[in-house]
Design a protein around this ligand. Sequence first.
Ligand code: AKG
Length: 345
Amino acid sequence: ARHVLLKHEGIQAVSYPTQSLVIANGGLGNGVSRKQLLLTLEKCGPVEALLMPPNKPYAFVIFQTIEESKKAYFTLNGKEIIDDLGQKIFLYLNFVEKAQWKNMGLEALPPGLLVVEEIISSEEEKKLLESVNWTEDTGNQNFQRSLKHRRVKHFGYEFHYESNTVDKDKPLPGGLPEVCSSILEKLLKEGYIKHKPDQLTINQYEPGHGIPAHIDTHSAFEDEIISLSLGSAIVMDFKHPEGVTVQVMLPRRSLLVMTGESRYLWTHGITPRKFDTVQASEQFKGGIITSDIGDLTLSKRGMRTSFTFRKVRRMPCNCSYSSVCDRQRKATPPSLTESSKEALE
Ligand code: AKG
């Protein structure tokens, strides 16, 4: 079964010793960190390269000599290690000619997507976080819910997860919190947004939480959707309908701007997990996680609070992505991405 899995991934194991080994179960996708694996491998000799593809359950190691790779094969094959979550993992090693795998990733951000780092100061971040009152209060006008994988609060308009829309004729009293005003003014002035948002969803994710992949309903909201990341960084997954996936690092205090194709056609979501695969050298730099697998490691998630601002749409959507546009596809069943969000909440 192991060989079938490796073959399926485009990895060809060989029966004779080489300098390179594939380490099944020793991948970032298993919760094994670069530091931890390197420590284990270096006991067998100096490591020339350790390649860890993002979210995969395997890694590749290249030793300087065949003697060292043979030593690793004989001492580590079948060996138990404890991963970063404290779980037992058995490593399985095989010689390979080349460290090669099927890479479905893309090296560019989805069109229309922007990550602006350090958009707010630490003081502004603190003020925003302190402004959120999570205590359940029946007199509270702003709708709050605990979903399966996160806590949410809505301002301006309540977001209905059953239909993934808002009731456009029923604005919530009070509008958006005053604490957001100066930040939104700045975003307008600096040209990151063209329209002042009138709906805010605050999501709070503990490590292990996430949000299912979805496209914000076209008929409910205008083109620009923006999200501030507070408290902790996270990796967001963007998927094109034809299968390309891009992982994007959203650092703490950064702004994510989704417009055009990235807002209308690509789904966005956060995988529920406690660690993210990130660039080892520039841990907190925003943007795409590249497939430079010699430079990936794990980053422990902290509590992240996001402020997602949208503008409620008043005119019909006439985007050029009719296959995923609920207004343009009225006669056909709703798209899976839109209907699946609530089902998974
Ligand atoms: C949503 O509330 O629909 C989101 O996509 C939230 C995104 C985020 O947490 O940044």
